[in-house]
Design a protein around this ligand. Structure first.
Ligand SMILES: *Cc1c(COP(=O)(O)O)cnc(C)c1O
Length: 403
């Protein structure tokens, strides 16, 4: 069975409809390219929502994974294994933090940060038991668990999944004042994305992250930065917080940390924060497993060279220059940082979904978000020629819709 139409129909019948994939069935991937079951090639400009920052089939990551696959893949945390300490030490060093708590998916890492913040609030800050509050931003995306959707402002993500977890205060994104006003004696953390990805690659006003840092320090509240999508070189720096010279109390990492091979996520913080957890209070059967650590080590070693951050800066400038040149020709606005762009398509040309379907016909994979916004985040290993090709095809798709 390899015919695309058959496979799509079977998926429709036999899987839950919690996604609405574009009509392409991928069989292979290499670098920034994927090939479908009919042998047609596409440039992957979504890169697994930044989980594929290092591209499909990255040889260094695959080598690390293969080597580990043939030794030991899973031990559980009931025992030590020989890749765990190195992973935690190297990732901690990359972030300039003392401790790491490895999990698997991004949502699990966010849940971990919420638990750590609450625990810290009760044990260290002295918040009365059961009263902890966390300040979050409108338009946030932090994952899909029941607690996380409790503070989502997206009706599709949240609606119909109550009762909701209490203890969250939602304020407008980009306003440090609103955060300051929302904080009181019960507040244990401010949880934000340094750039909001799913919301449409929303870059906050200059100085926002610095102001949040100052407020959190002053009011004795933990600053938890969800860098699951923005972190690990995507924006041209190791972390998006770096652009403002800001160090949060907790980095929440995921996506690219798994090298496109396995789910690897983590909370990275100093001992006065992560140290609040004791045995039995949190965990995961798969979190920090040997395969995940082997892949994660390779990812961190690669990031430590700075070459992927530099590529994101260099290629990102090209991407943004070229996309901005399309403003007035079907593009309304372009946002983003590094090799990451949210492009608002003129709604008169159709929905973002429709545009992505046309883009697919031109051999480029991208994903719409919220109406007429399209997100571009090719792997950081994309060549300059391929990036230019992707933008040319983007322009061609706009022309199709205009005519
Ligand atoms: C993708 C994402 C998550 C959730 O990660 P999963 O691995 O899908 O659970 C959380 N926060 C941000 C900012 C993300 O982009």
């Amino acid at each position: 069975m390899s015919d695309a139409t058959e496979l799509i129909e079977l998926s429709e019948r036999r899987s839950a409809h919690n996604y609405h994939p574009l009509p392409v069935v991928i069989r292979e991937g290499s670098g920034a390219w994927v090939t479908d079951v009919a042998g047609r090639r596409y440039l992957d400009c979504l890169a697994g929502y930044s989980a594929l920052n290092f591209g499909h089939g990255n040889e260094r990551i695959l080598r690390a994974a293969r080597e580990q696959l043939s030794r030991v893949t899973l031990t559980s945390r009931a025992f030590h294994h020989d890749r765990f300490a190195e992973f935690c030490a190297r990732l901690g060093d990359l972030a300039g933090k003392e401790m790491v708590l490895p999990m698997n998916t991004g949502a699990e890492a966010v849940e971990t940060a919420i638990k750590v913040a609450r625990r810290w609030g009760y044990d260290v800050k002295g918040v009365p038991e059961g009263q902890a509050t966390i300040v979050v931003a409108e338009g946030n995306f932090h994952g899909r668990t029941t607690t996380i959707v409790s503070f989502s402002t997206d009706p599709d993500a949240r609606g119909g999944f109550g009762p909701y977890t209490p203890g969250f205060r939602v304020v407008p994104y980009g306003s440090a004042e609103a955060i300051a006003e929302a904080i009181d004696d019960t507040t244990v953390a401010v949880l934000i994305e340094p750039i909001q990805g799913e919301a449409g690659v929303i870059v906050p006003p200059d100085g926002y992250l610095r102001a949040v840092r100052e407020i959190c320090t002053e009011r004795r509240v933990l600053f938890a930065a969800d860098e699951i999508q923005s972190g690990l070189a995507r924006t041209g720096a190791t972390f998006a917080c770096d652009h403002e010279g800001v160090v949060p109390d907790m980095y929440i990492l995921g996506k690219a940390l798994g090298g496109g091979v396995v789910p690897v996520s983590a909370v990275v913080a100093d001992a006065d924060v992560l140290g609040v957890l004791g045995p039995g209070q949190h965990g995961s059967t798969f979190g920090g497993n040997p395969l995940a650590c082997a892949v994660g080590i390779e990812v961190v070693v690669m990031l430590a060279t700075g070459e992927y951050q530099a590529a994101a800066r260099r290629l990102g400038k090209i991407l943004h220059d070229r996309l901005r040149a399309l403003i007035g020709r079907g593009v309304v606005a372009v946002r983003g940082r590094g090799l990451w762009a949210g492009v608002d398509i003129d709604p008169a040309l159709g929905t973002g979904r429709r545009f992505c379907e046309v883009l697919l016909e031109h051999g480029v994979l991208a994903k719409d978000t919220h109406g007429s916004t399209v997100r571009l985040a090719p792997p950081l290993v994309i060549s300059e020629d391929d990036l230019l090709l992707a933008v040319d095809r983007f322009a061609a798709a706009l022309r199709d819709l205009r005519s």
